[in-house]
Design a protein around this ligand. Structure first.
Ligand code: BES
Ligand code: MN
Ligand code: ZN
Length: 497
């Protein structure tokens, strides 16, 4: 999809489909459009009770006229104009253009917005709403091809060019995350994951280190390797690094759960446990990869970012973990694996130990960790656990600003009793109640209290069965925007000031 800026006036813009935003209570001058189409649009809009309330959409199709389609969207009260509601409104408008290949123009009354913010919102929303994952289709329907669409944001100054780069950086990161999540497990294997990371590093000027099974053994990653041992495919531990051109004053690590498939192991996923969906069990790492792609393009100053994925699959063969096995993680702690389906936390344990050895200022992990989190918060809201109030505040603010649901949950210490083991330092699974909390408490054992750390459980938000605003159904790419916002926030502000 090609998104560009047009500094021609609304009247002189050339193209087939025009999307026009109208604030509530403002009657815009539609004279030139009425002449062009021979239609009394003001009357038609009135008749259809269009008042400009946010969420209203009306469209008109024309034959043998300059325009193929005119779409009017309500932007609501101009005094309350919000960027997130603008995104939603643009999304519902562009979805009406899915089947068309004509050039699309989008115009909103700029004076009520911070122009750059609005351009980014419009571009992002339009691109993400129309994006289609065609990788596994052998034939396409009209309008399905992503590069067949051209969108122009009308009437903005050339000085906003930098917005186009930001749109490209963030959207390409989100699209990458969505594609990774939607990739079937016979395609996205741990080895293929490492290949994709290699390509990503090359294209976005990142450093890459891939540890294979031997390297991980040498580091004593007994928890991670235990999960991988029941698969015919070897584990790949992926470590990407972004370094700014000048030395950074902040170093952060993003860790993502990277189970390319989770069968449950000998505690096999049966019944309604959605085994066929468990290709999405690498959604945490997909968000981390997507963030790496975006950050590699945005190149924020002052911050060094590490991206870590302990990739493997949880399968069953003669070498697979027996329920009851005891393993030792790379910090020396022993774990009784009382449930092989609580595998994500085992892989994250060694990944978090590795992350803390980098002595960072903060570590954030994202994981499709527990069904319990889905029960607690549903599929709009991810759970946040952190040992640091400031980090909680920063992440919550970042998530709100990009319209991703995130809610802080308690690291309730007494629940640690639930993962006490008779034989080892801990078990990997506690009681059913509070299952997302014990999972977070388990992770905390591998990072400690001295490093600000946050854990985000995205088991619910990674996938959606229905369209939600500018996110079509399927893999959502959840987390990329919040991570990018959180990483880039102060450094971008500094760069601008
Ligand atoms: N990948 C699953 C969590 C999951 C379940 C994500 C459903 C999305 C939808 C994870 O590895 C898992 O199986 N967790 C178990 C933990 C339990 C055995 C303590 C779960 O939530 O059932
Ligand atoms: Mn599992
Ligand atoms: Zn899992």
């Amino acid at each position: 999809m090609n998104i560009s800026l047009s500094n021609s006036s609304l009247n002189s813009w050339e193209g087939e489909i025009l999307i026009i935003g109208i604030f509530e209570g403002k009657s815009p001058n539609l004279n030139f459009l009425e002449k062009e189409t021979g239609t009394n649009l003001s009357n038609a809009l009135n008749n259809q009770k269009f008042t400009g309330k946010t969420g209203e959409v009306k469209y008109f199709n024309f034959f043998h006229h300059k325009y193929e389609k005119l779409i009017f969207i309500g932007l609501g009260d101009p005094k309350k104009s919000s960027i997130n509601s603008l995104k939603r409104n643009i999304s519902s408008a562009v979805k009406l253009t899915k089947k068309s290949t004509g050039k699309i123009g989008i115009y909103v009354p700029w004076e009520n917005y911070d122009q750059d913010q609005a351009i980014e919102a419009i571009g992002e929303s339009a691109r993400l709403s129309l994006y289609k994952d065609n990788r596994f289709k052998s034939c396409l329907e009209e309008g399905d091809e992503n590069n067949s669409k051209s969108i122009q944001i009308i009437c903005c100054s050339e000085t906003s060019k930098v917005c186009i780069n930001k749109i490209e950086a963030v959207c390409s990161g989100i699209e990458m995350a969505r594609e990774l999540v939607a990739s079937p497990p016979n395609y996205l294997t741990p080895n293929e994951y490492a290949n994709i990371a290699k390509q990503l590093a090359k294209e976005n000027n990142l450093k890459l280190k891939v540890l294979d099974k031997k390297d991980c053994q040498n580091l004593g990653m007994g928890a991670y390797l235990a999960v991988a041992q029941g698969s015919d495919l070897d584990a790949k531990f992926i470590h990407l690094t972004y370094k700014p051109s000048e030395s950074a004053n902040r170093r952060v690590v993003l860790v993502g759960k990277g189970l390319t498939f989770d069968s449950g192991g000998y505690n096999l996923k049966v019944g309604a446990s959605q085994i066929e969906m468990m290709k999405f069990d690498m959604g945490g790492s997909a968000a981390v990869m997507g963030a790496a792609k975006a950050i590699g393009q945005l190149r924020p100053e002052n911050v060094e970012v590490h991206f870590i994925i302990a990739a493997c699959e949880n399968m069953i063969n003669g070498s697979a973990v027996h329920p009851g096995d005891i393993v030792t993680a790379s910090n020396g702690k022993t774990i009784e694996i009382n449930n092989t389906d609580a595998e994500g936390r085992l892989t994250l344990a060694d990944a978090l130990v590795y992350a803390s050895k980098l002595e960072p200022d903060a570590v954030i992990d994202l994981a499709t960790l527990t069904g319990a989190c889905v029960i607690a918060l549903g599929d709009d809201i991810a759970g946040l656990w952190t040992n640091n109030d400031l980090l909680a505040e920063e992440l919550t603010t970042a998530a709100i600003s990009v319209d991703e649901g995130l809610w802080r949950m308690p690291l309730h210490d007494p629940y640690k009793d639930g993962i006490k083991s008779m034989f080892a330092d801990m078990k990997n699974t506690g009681p059913r109640g509070g299952g997302a909390i014990t999972a977070a408490l388990f992770l905390k054992e591998f990072i400690g209290d001295s490093i600000p750390w946050a854990h985000i459980d995205i088991a619910g938000t990674v996938w959606s069965d229905k369209d939600k605003n500018s996110t079509p159904s399927g893999a959502t790419g959840y987390g990329v925007k919040t991570l990018v916002k959180w990483v880039c926030n102060d450094s971008l502000q500094q760069a601008q000031s």
